[in-house]
Design a protein around this ligand. Structure first.
Ligand code: NAP
Length: 245
């Protein structure tokens, strides 16, 4: 089993790469920082699986095409892709710059499109595969100061459904996952609050009284990718303790 995880050097991506490695997968971990990729590969190998780091900025068409072709050259195939790389920029829409909008949309939405296209073109030649796109419960509910992020993630869901319908005939199963608040390095980038304050605020806003863990999301990605989910395509699995209900 060969698995590609983008944004695999930290947070939900790293937890998912480790979980696949525990299942004996060969895992390609992709991201922009060579240093954090090398650390992530060491952590994934500790789980007993085989792993390799491939630097890639998912906003670049050329780098994404190279990522998938290098994965196939190194491991012979690509069975499962977790398109997880994403950014969240916080700000009022009235003050949001076009550059900030572009960064969010080009990473979260265009990046997912570029990855899916390259992955699908390999998988259809190879007899099938599984793709899971990481969206967010922000696609389902209003969260303050996250308009661009929410819009990009809602579009990821739409893209997921359209692609699922088109490629199920070629045995490519495509689904999305929508986590609620999960304590990851993404929170450290917020200028408006500390990760501790955010954890407290998000726990209070959630009916479950807590935030999620990267491992809880990873387990659901593995389930969506497993034969147990063989008849599930075009679905969005919300993992948010009923927060968006
Ligand atoms: N944490 C939450 O509360 C939450 C909730 C719902 C959904 N999500 C989604 O979960 C996914 C993972 O986020 P996380 O929470 O685990 O945060 P994270 O640890 O910050 O992970 C995001 C990853 O994406 C990578 N990345 C960002 N821009 C990239 C680019 N242009 N090209 C390649 N890689 C890029 C980052 O690595 P480099 O910067 O090194 O490239 C990083 O490893 C995201 O799509 C996020 O929207 C998170």
């Amino acid at each position: 089993m060969v698995v590609l995880v983008t944004g695999g050097a930290s947070g939900i991506g790293l937890a998912t790469a480790r979980a696949f490695a525990r299942e004996g997968a060969r895992v390609v971990v992709a991201g922009r920082s060579r240093e954090s990729l090398d650390l992530a590969v060491a952590a994934v190998r500790e789980e007993g699986g085989e792993a390799m780091a491939l630097p890639c900025d998912v906003r670049s068409e050329e780098q994404v095409e190279r990522l998938v072709s290098q994965t196939v050259s190194a491991y012979g195939r690509l069975d499962i892709a977790f398109n997880n790389a994403g950014v969240s920029l916080v700000g009022s829409l009235s003050e949001f710059s076009a550059a900030e909008w572009d960064e969010v949309v080009s990473t979260n939405l265009t990046g997912t499109f570029l990855l899916m296209r390259a992955e699908i073109n390999h998988m259809r030649e190879n007899g099938g595969g599984v793709i899971v796109n990481n969206a967010s419960n922000a696609a389902h509910m209003t969260l303050p100061l996250l308009a661009a992020y929410s819009a990009s993630k809602a579009a990821v869901l739409s893209l997921t459904r359209a692609a699922a319908r088109e490629f199920i005939v070629q045995d490519i199963r495509i689904n999305a996952i929508s986590p609620g608040p999960v304590d990851t390095p993404m929170w450290a980038h917020r200028p408006d609050e500390t990760p501790e304050d955010r954890r407290e605020r998000m726990a209070a806003a959630s009916p479950s009284g807590r935030v999620g863990t990267p491992e809880e999301v990873a387990d659901m990605v593995l389930w969506l990718a497993s034969p147990a989910a063989a008849y599930i395509a075009g679905h969005d699995l919300v993992v948010d303790g009923a927060m968006s209900s």
